[in-house]
Design a protein around this ligand. Structure first.
Ligand code: PNS
Length: 163
């Protein structure tokens, strides 16, 4: 039984994240999508809102469990006996931060491997920050997020329906 953790802020989940979850589910028996507090980012959605949106958007993917965690990823990975941590890698600009984080985690614990998965090219430019900005400024985001997330953004940002 191979267990992988896919940690992230997911504020909110977008189609690039979903693509990575689908790819990871083909490699591992169990994917724990772990909604984490990122101390350097202020979240729009609460922990539980973010987790619930992911649950609703991933009902079709086998072996997915969605949880919230607070604290160090290495502690959470040990608690859940994870074999791997999955991270999506979009571009060279992600690499330095991801490389540093993976090696720091390895320094803290050698119990799991970090695996980088590339989302489909059609999602390579996506980020939660940009999706929120576009939505706030009245742009159409339907092609970037699962429908359940689009609806939640409309309500959270008090946008007119249909925008
Ligand atoms: O989606 P993000 O914001 O890029 O995810 C970053 C995240 C949440 C995976 C990272 O900040 C993290 O692992 N946070 C948990 C706390 C931790 O272990 N920090 C040390 C990382 S080396």
């Amino acid at each position: 039984m191979r267990t992988a953790i896919y940690p992230g802020s997911f504020d909110p989940l977008h189609n690039g994240h979903l693509d990575v979850i689908e790819r990871a589910s083909r490699l591992c028996d169990r994917i724990i999508v772990a909604v984490a507090r990122n101390l350097s980012k202020e979240a729009l959605f609460t922990f539980e809102e973010r987790a619930e949106l992911i649950r609703e958007a991933t009902w079709h993917v086998e072996g997915v469990e969605v949880v919230c965690f607070d604290g160090l990823l290495v502690h959470f990975a040990a608690e859940r006996k994870a074999d791997a941590v999955i991270r999506g890698l979009r571009a060279v600009s992600d690499f330095e931060y991801e490389f540093q984080m993976a090696l720091m985690n390895r320094e803290l614990s050698d119990e799991f491997e970090t695996i980088f998965l590339m989302p489909s090219q059609k999602h390579i430019f996506l980020s939660s920050r940009m999706v929120k900005e576009i939505a706030r400024l009245g742009g159409v985001i339907d092609q970037f997020v699962p429908p359940v997330v689009g609806g939640a953004l409309t309500r959270k940002l008090n946008l007119p329906t249909g925008s």
